[in-house]
Design a protein around this ligand. Structure first.
Ligand SMILES: *[C@@H]1O[C@H](CO)[C@@H](O)[C@H](O)[C@H]1NC(C)=O
Ligand SMILES: *[C@@H]1O[C@H](CO)[C@@H](O)[C@H](O)[C@H]1NC(C)=O
Length: 184
């Protein structure tokens, strides 16, 4: 009985190590799935990484770089959106002030994300993590600016959607960087 159990465990261990080896060699879609399991938003992670074909050849660090790049594009997209809102005549002075602050914050978010790229390149994962966290926090600074105006300004639904989008992308990047930190 004991012997049977023992050989069963050995067999299981062999199968498991074979699986791990297979995944390492294969990289590609399996690595993407396994990496994304370590993030807060699995579906967003997989679909974002799949949108860039270089993901299939990337290692974990490469996936982090791609995810940061996708976050940067998203920050730029919202920065452009805010800039166009600023030009709209229908907004009053108070709204314009907050929109200006927000467009600044989204450009700082972009800068912070960009700063994390050379840090990922030099394996400074702690610093990369701090910069991606900072990028995520800038979206919240924008949100708060609406709250603290007196009278308070309604936070536009479109901006709320965009805040969530960038924050979730940053969360995914952070989940991947956590893996890199754990592998050091
Ligand atoms: C894919 O990711 C790489 C690395 O971040 C980037 O250089 C490239 O421009 C991306 N491709 C697309 C189509 O976004
Ligand atoms: C960023 O996220 C927003 C909100 O989901 C989306 O509408 C937009 O297309 C995204 N932009 C990029 C470049 O990923």
């Amino acid at each position: 009985m004991g012997f049977l159990n023992f050989s069963f465990i050995l067999l299981l261990m062999n199968l498991l190590s074979f699986q791990v080896l297979f995944d390492l060699v294969k990289g590609d879609a399996t690595l993407i799935r396994q990496t994304c399991k370590n993030t807060k938003h699995y579906e967003l992670c997989v679909s974002s990484l799949r949108s860039n074909s270089t993901s299939l050849k990337a290692d974990t660090k490469g996936l982090a770089v791609i995810m940061v790049g996708i976050s940067m594009m998203n920050a730029t997209d919202t920065y452009s959106y805010l800039s166009s809102q600023l030009l709209s005549c229908s907004n009053d002075a108070s709204t314009k002030k907050v929109l200006k602050l927000c467009s600044d914050k989204y450009s700082y978010a972009y800068d912070a994300l960009q700063s994390s790229l050379p840090e990922l390149g030099s394996d400074s994962f702690d610093y990369a993590s701090l910069h991606v966290t900072a990028a995520s926090d800038y979206t919240n600074v924008c949100h708060n600016a609406f709250r603290v105006r007196s009278p308070a300004l309604a936070y536009p639904a479109e901006l709320a959607r965009r805040e969530d989008a960038l924050r979730h992308l940053c969360d995914v990047a952070l989940g991947i960087i956590d893996l890199l930190l754990a592998q050091e």
